[in-house]
Ligand binder design. Structure first.
Ligand code: SF4
Ligand code: SF4
Length: 449
């Protein structure tokens, strides 16, 4: 990279800069904004601003002189020494909320059933009633979706229980939407056991299934023991691995979630090697490690720290990166103001009996309405926008501008040094990913250079 060649890889979010206005220094002393993260790359430095969303590439000499560069002052990478960043971030978030436009509901998480063919020891749904969506409810669910989406295309997410235990409800909803001329695509969270070649074909053609998330709990023996499928024939692990291959070759993106804790850490490292060996190059695949005991979903009051095992999670994540299985996320162009679908305002969860919630973890409580009525419990819905109060560490935290911690989310991880390290590692991978895409674009635009 040439000298003094500052490049914009991702432009800033204009509305954020407008809200912030110009930087003004009373004291004449400047420093790097605490929401900037610098990452050295060959011959330069990537500089990412988590509040303005801008990503720059600086030459080494520019980086050395960063505090004096007017462009960096203008775009809030460098700020007066007495700047209170947290106050600025709060102001930006408040103003962006106020400017938010009302949009129709276009994302629907649908539970065709709360029944499941597996018996994982950690399941948060254990002991809840097992309900099946009837064909009549499926038809009414499709009519409800068509009414809500105002003609816009919709995204359907099949969830459960195990959604494949009721493929007929899925088929009825998709056929009814197609008949009504609604454009849709779908994704699914499934254990993957019930797929077969015929069902995969049906899923691609009729359900417009584009992506699937499947959880694996270990190598063959550990997996079979943990999942404890009801009426399993042969090795469930082998069946699921075959089905992952079927999905990948059918062009469906597969995300594999590895549920890791202190109890299975070594086994998970072995599984990562197996996945790399058996699945690399087969299609669009990404694998990530999830801390099984990192949230309050699971009732394991004793040994929590030991089972939680941040070290195991970090080690597994690094191994997945090395093996090329961990696909980096894109950097979000707009400052995220919400935690998930529950507080995003554009999503509903449809339960098997037609009741509505905002969070897929709540199948028996937190009911906000029913597909049969246009009435919604607005008071209850409002409680799903409440965020946790900042903790003392937030004042200095790089991640503060985009940290949305929904008070009612029961799968929210406690904020610790380890979770913050993991979040920062993710941002760095994303920065590198954006940089590589930028370099590729440059090569295509100037092939002769
Ligand atoms: S990651 Fe933790 S410390 Fe950082 S802003 Fe969020 S809650 Fe606060
Ligand atoms: S469990 Fe948490 S992240 Fe998932 S939908 Fe509910 S509130 Fe959102």
């Amino acid at each position: 990279m040439g000298e003094d060649a500052m490049r914009t890889i991702i432009p800033p979010q204009k509305s954020v800069l407008q809200i912030l206005g110009a930087t003004r220094s009373q004291c004449g002393v400047w420093r790097l904004c605490q929401y900037c993260h610098a990452l050295p790359v060959e011959g330069g430095v990537l500089l990412y601003h988590l509040l303005t969303r801008e990503l720059l590439l600086l030459s080494l000499s520019e980086w050395d002189a960063a505090l004096t560069l007017p462009e960096l002052h203008e775009r809030w990478f460098v700020v007066p020494d007495d700047t209170k960043e947290q106050e600025h971030a709060d102001l930006v978030r408040w103003a962006l909320w106020a400017m938010k436009k009302h949009t129709p509901v276009t994302n629907f998480t649908i539970l065709p059933t709360t029944d499941c063919n597996a018996r994982c020891f950690y399941c948060y749904e254990a002991g809840r009633p097992r309900r099946m969506m009837s064909q009549e409810t499926a038809r009414r669910a499709a009519a409800y979706i068509a009414e809500q989406c105002s003609g816009k295309s919709v995204q359907l997410s099949w969830f459960g229980g195990e959604p494949l235990m009721n493929p007929d409800a899925i088929a009825v909803i998709c056929a009814s939407l197609a008949d009504a001329g609604i454009t849709y695509a779908s994704s699914m969270t499934t254990n993957g056991y019930l797929f077969d070649p015929t069902l995969v074909k049906r899923a691609v053609e009729h359900w417009r299934l584009r992506s699937v998330q499947i959880t694996l709990d270990g190598t063959e023996q550990t997996y079979n023991r943990t999942k404890a499928y009801v009426n399993a024939e042969g090795s469930a692990y082998q069946t699921v691995m075959r089905n992952i291959r079927l999905l990948l070759t059918a062009g469906i993106h597969v995300t594999i979630r590895l549920n890791v804790g202190g109890h299975n850490a070594q086994d998970m490292l072995l599984l990562a090697e197996t996945l790399a060996h058996e699945l690399t190059g087969m299609g669009s695949l990404s694998v990530y490690a999830h801390s099984l005991f990192g949230t309050e979903c699971y009732d394991i009051t004793s040994h929590t720290e030991e089972l939680r095992s941040d070290a195991a999670l970090e080690q597994l994540t690094e191994r997945l990166i090395t093996l090329g299985l961990r696909r980096p996320e894109r950097l979000r162009r707009e400052l995220p103001l919400t935690h998930c679908m529950a507080d995003g305002g554009r999503a509903r969860v449809i339960l098997p009996d037609g009741r509505l919630t905002l969070c897929e973890h709540h199948t028996e409580d937190e009911i906000i309405g029913d597909i049969a009525s246009s009435q919604l419990n607005e008071c209850l819905m409002k409680t799903w926008t409440e965020q946790e109060k900042p903790i003392s560490a937030c004042a200095e935290c790089l991640l503060y501008p985009e940290c949305n911690r929904l008070k009612k989310c029961e799968s929210l991880e406690k904020c610790t040094d380890a979770t913050r390290r993991a979040a920062l590692r993710n941002r760095e991978l994303s920065m590198l990913n954006e940089y590589q895409r930028f370099l590729k674009r440059e090569t295509v635009q100037s092939p002769g250079c």
